[in-house]
Design a protein around this ligand. Structure first.
Ligand SMILES: [Zn+2]
Length: 178
């Protein structure tokens, strides 16, 4: 059993650009590789969990999304990437237009990672840039970290109370690892 850091994707490890539809749009933050390497060395299991309603909205295919995620797994010391392709507001888009249990702030993606990677949620963190990330962590009963490197605190969809707030992933790493 190991403790994990669950990371949102856009605005946390890559630049926030709205709906990303191809690998060419992916820009990994310059500090991400170094930060994730330090967290990995400190013993954390590193799991990306991301809402990708762009699939349900027909903006990106699952094939292209998997191409992006293979690239990230190759470039960064991540243990796994889980995504939710669903969006309930487009019921005509079968099979994606459904209400599911994996779209954040639901905890389905975390549950899948916990089983597969033998994660101990005590001592684990959820790191994200949006209210839904903080709510996901709180729903899972883990510590929550809000970063200002994505959507930004002034654009939060709702008021949330994270355990800590930092400028970016680098500042969180420095805090956690000293
Ligand atoms: Zn889902």
């Amino acid at each position: 059993m190991g403790k994990a850091i669950f990371l949102d994707r856009d605005g946390v490890i890559i630049k926030e650009k709205g709906y990303i539809s191809s690998l060419e749009q992916v820009e990994i933050f310059p500090y991400a590789a170094d930060c994730l390497t330090r967290l990995k060395k400190a013993g954390y299991i590193l799991i990306v969990i991301t809402n990708q309603s762009a699939v349900a909205r027909g903006i990106i295919s699952e094939n292209e999304l998997e191409r992006i995620h293979s690239h990230l797994l190759q470039q960064l010391p991540l243990d796994d990437i889980y995504y939710c392709p669903h969006y309930p507001m487009v019921p005509e888009q079968k099979p994606y237009g459904i209400r599911c249990t994996c779209r954040k702030p639901e905890t389905g993606l975390i549950s899948r990672a916990v089983v597969k990677h033998g994660i101990d949620l005590r001592g684990s963190y959820m790191v994200g840039d949006r209210a839904s990330d903080i709510l996901t962590g709180q729903n899972a009963g883990i510590k929550t970290i809000l970063l200002n490197s994505g959507y930004g605190l002034e654009r939060m969809e709702s008021t949330v109370y994270p355990d800590f707030t930092f400028a970016d992933l680098q500042e969180f790493c420095d805090f956690l690892l000293g």
